[in-house]
Design a protein around this ligand. Structure first.
Ligand code: COA
Length: 191
């Protein structure tokens, strides 16, 4: 089993190499319009504000945002849905102007720690097999492919793309002390 918690903890404890440091914290439906704007910059078939409002407000969903510490602008967000001891990452998106600066990894690290603290044991997601950036991000955290869905996504040009189903088993060895530490002070709910 990959020791992703070592990576998670190191990402949470050390700042990014460049740019302004984002604060990672829980967000809710009050950020639906911002999330929709980021989603539209990131996906060919973006979710509406109403759809995001519903997901961000659902009790089984958890969302974290990467926010500018001063202006509170949203650099990126991640959203998952939990059912019993399993969860699915529904989406993650970073503002194109701030990509490749470690924000996606920071968001995912913080989110994984929260899901582990919420007793999630197994995490799933789907990713377009042509999505090099997202696949690199998930590989870094030890996700492995467990299936594929052919012609699953509609792309911008109307063609179909294969979705890879990825899985990560969260490390049950993480002690309660580490869980506490990894959540840190920057992951308190915003509201
Ligand atoms: C996927 C996404 C969230 C990554 O966010 P990011 O902030 O740019 O990612 P990071 O800077 O934290 O990089 C994380 C890892 O991915 C790699 N990576 C990021 N962008 C990459 C790219 N375009 N090509 C190759 N590798 C890339 C980084 O090198 C890093 O790996 P490393 O630590 O081994 O070097 C961002 O590209 C995005 O929003 N894409 C559009 C939405 C999307 O596709 N979401 C995923 C849906 S499944």
């Amino acid at each position: 089993m990959p020791n992703f918690f070592a990576k998670t903890l190191s990402l949470l404890r050390y700042p990014m190499q460049s740019g302004s440091l984002p604060v990672i914290r829980r967000i809710g439906r009050e950020r639906a319009a911002d999330c929709a704007a980021l989603h539209a910059l990131s996906f060919a078939h973006p979710w509406t504000v109403a759809e995001l409002e519903q997901l961000l407000g659902a009790k089984e969903c958890l969302a974290d945002g990467a926010l500018d510490g001063k202006t509170q602008s949203l650099f990126g967000f991640i959203l998952s849905r939990q059912a019993a001891d399993e969860a699915e990452i529904l989406t993650i998106a970073v503002d194109p102007a701030h990509r490749k600066a470690g924000i996606g990894a920071k968001l995912l690290a913080a989110h994984l720690a929260k899901l582990a603290a919420a007793r999630v044991k197994t995490l799933f997601l789907e990713v377009d097999q042509n999505n090099v950036a997202a696949r690199a991000l998930y590989a870094r955290f030890g996700f492995s492919q467990v299936g594929e869905r052919k012609a699953y996504y509609r792309t911008a040009d109307g063609s179909r793309a294969t979705a890879l189903v990825m899985r990560l088993d969260l490390d049950e060895r993480l002690s309660s002390r580490e869980r506490h530490d990894s959540l840190g002070s920057n992951s308190k709910p915003s509201s």
